[in-house]
Design a protein. Sequence first.
Length: 218
Amino acid sequence: MKNHLFIIIVLFIFTACNENKPTQNIPLLYAQESIPSKESKQENDTAKPDNRIVLKYTNLNIDSTYIIDTVSQKQSFLHLLFESTMLPQTNNQLGARGIGLWNGKLNVEECVNTRTEGKNNKLLDISENDTTLNITWQVIDNCCFSFLGDFELVNDSTLNCIYHSYGETHCACNCEYKVTYQLNKYFAIEGYEENYKKLKYISLNGEFLSRFSKRVNK
């Protein structure tokens, strides 16, 4: 009887350990957007996408797919920044909105020239049309870097273009980049266009101050 009781206790402990065994920590490969929901099927049996997220993982020979029904987040979208891009709706840009400039794009022509000896950052071109102001700079920085862009208004007369260079590695060479700030014009509020016309100077990270002379794209 004692032997039988001992075997039952051992089997119970073994079963409990297996049930409480932690799941394997598998590195995330990528996330994919929403999938059709069974609950949202209509009469025509077509499914609308819901907010579930499909996560695919990989580890050696393991290739598994998992579904997460709920993702907790503070806002309705995720703040994802990828490679070179303009930072969206910063406090700096909010301050510059009074001159009719708001958000936009950062376009980077990567590694135009690796022979950068004696070269410095400088203004290459300013152009505009009815909807955008385009400012192109020559930027000398590490060959393995990308850029995050921003802009601000300084002393009501200077538009300062800002960039933050970053990368996973630091290469042993510098490159010449062409970095273009494509800024949206926003003159819907009275006075914004008049303030825009008062701009006199432009700078890059607080340096390389130049006159704000523009040419018009046709």
